[in-house]
Write a protein that binds this ligand. Sequence first.
Ligand SMILES: [Zn+2]
Length: 289
Amino acid sequence: MKWINRNDSTQNYEDRRGRGVKRGAAFGGVGVIIIAIIALLLGQNPFQAIDMAGGLTQGGGSEVVDPSRMNENEDLKVFTLGVFNSANDVWTEIFRTQMRESYRNPILVNFTDHTTSACGGASAQVGPFYCPGDERVYIDLNFFHQLARDYGAKGEMAMAYVTAHEVGHHVQHLLGILDQVNQYRGRVSEREFNKLMVKLELQADFFAGLWANQASKLGIIQLEPGDLESAISATTAVGDDTLQKQAMGYTVPDSFTHGTAAQRTYWFRKGYQTGDVRQGDTFNDPSLR
Ligand SMILES: [Zn+2]
């Protein structure tokens, strides 16, 4: 893919690179989450509240600052932020024209090794994740090196797919789909619930494909030969979702699956090729019953 018109705005960006938070430190735990919820109710940035609370409770020294890592993976940051902003631009347009609703931008957080979220503490091992409690997408950029090295998923579209997939979860949050699925937790069998989780993941894959299609139509990117293959190398390889659920504080049954490689590829490709949001109803698709 080639950028035609990249949006480099940092308005919805939070740079925590080189600023890890030690595990088990004063920042963690229920207190932080309550503060974050209160902050959300008051319409503040919950992380400002957390920083404030951290300053108040003291004794801490829990934040580990490493200036040498603050600009780590700068090229990946610029790329990922460009994808993130373009995904928001695409969804703003879709919400406005097709849903007659207004879209609310999430925030992209880049961190190094460890960080906190309204969904709990997170380490780089969990992979990229979306937290509905604070409407943030969390990505340790070193994940992309791992993706290429350990999973053979190379190329820009593979990285773009991951980012657009996480924004897809935000869209599901705004549309109330995450909440609806969550209401079934504990009320249907584990097997049935897992099926719903798979549908969530496949829809986020569809939304990622849809992003590529629409970003190209809006003149933000230009698709090139090999892009679809690059994305598919990731859809067939990425197994981040199991770990994501752990980061979100959900229990993950052993039988959990995020859809087969073929299913993930099918739904990404469908979004990529149709660009039509109405084609993405994985919840009523006969093949997924
Ligand atoms: Zn996911």
